[in-house]
Design a protein around this ligand. Sequence first.
Ligand code: ADP
Length: 270
Amino acid sequence: RGRVMLQVRVAHLDGEHIVILAEDRTEARRVEMIRRDFTVNVSHELKTPVGAIGLLAETLQDAADDPDAVRHFAGRMQQESERLGALVQEIIELSRLQLQSSAQPLRVIPIDAVLTEATDRAKVVASGRHIEINVATNTGVYVYGDHNLLVTAVRNLVDNAVAYSPEHTTVGVGVKRREDLVEISVVDQGIGISPDHQQRIFERFYRVDPARSRATGGTGLGLSIVKHVAADHGGDVSLWSRPGQGSTFTLRIPAVAEGTIPVKPADPPT
Ligand code: ADP
């Protein structure tokens, strides 16, 4: 870390002269290390639910005569397999984002449609926990982007806001235009994140409380996906939070200039 890695090759031109080729391998090595870490983490994360399903299946066979136990263990198996499914889905999503070049054709996307789709699922979970979700409507704001990726990013933020909030609180999803940017903020009144964790939660598989994250179906990949989507759109994501008071995640994406919105959203001008 912090060191430059040079790969040096020496070639003899003739009896008197030599050529020294020095190649800066720092970035290549960094990418290689990230890839290696990712593979180690992924194998570890996949082994947990796979192991659990195996054990539960064994226990289920032993408990075959007891209908209550069968229901209990079958339910737990279903939970673990759902977790595994979510994990695989997010790993695929993240790998796709890491491979895809940011030169994707971007389209003019209405933010309102992104917010509606991104909050669908969270609304169901939230209503069961008496959490109110207030979503900005009729903002009339457009960005250049990829609808599905933006939905994934906002959905991850909203799902987290609900997952890390107590009952009878409110989650707000707001949109603000700031010159040539759009800020989408997701505000919660949840448990918050202490300063020493704030830097790290955007890392893959980093969780403040792994047990709580698992219990809420978290994979530890959500925020790294958000970060990738933001970067792919030429934007970023930032966080304000105080433990016990809540968190605000703000996604900033370049906006389509006002007055240039096509009647029917289409490809951006070349
Ligand atoms: P997870 O699937 O565990 O939620 P994420 O990458 O989405 O993974 O988030 C990483 C960690 O950041 C979470 O495990 C949690 O500790 C913390 N976190 C994310 N969003 C919030 C939030 N709104 N309030 C409190 N903590 C949060």
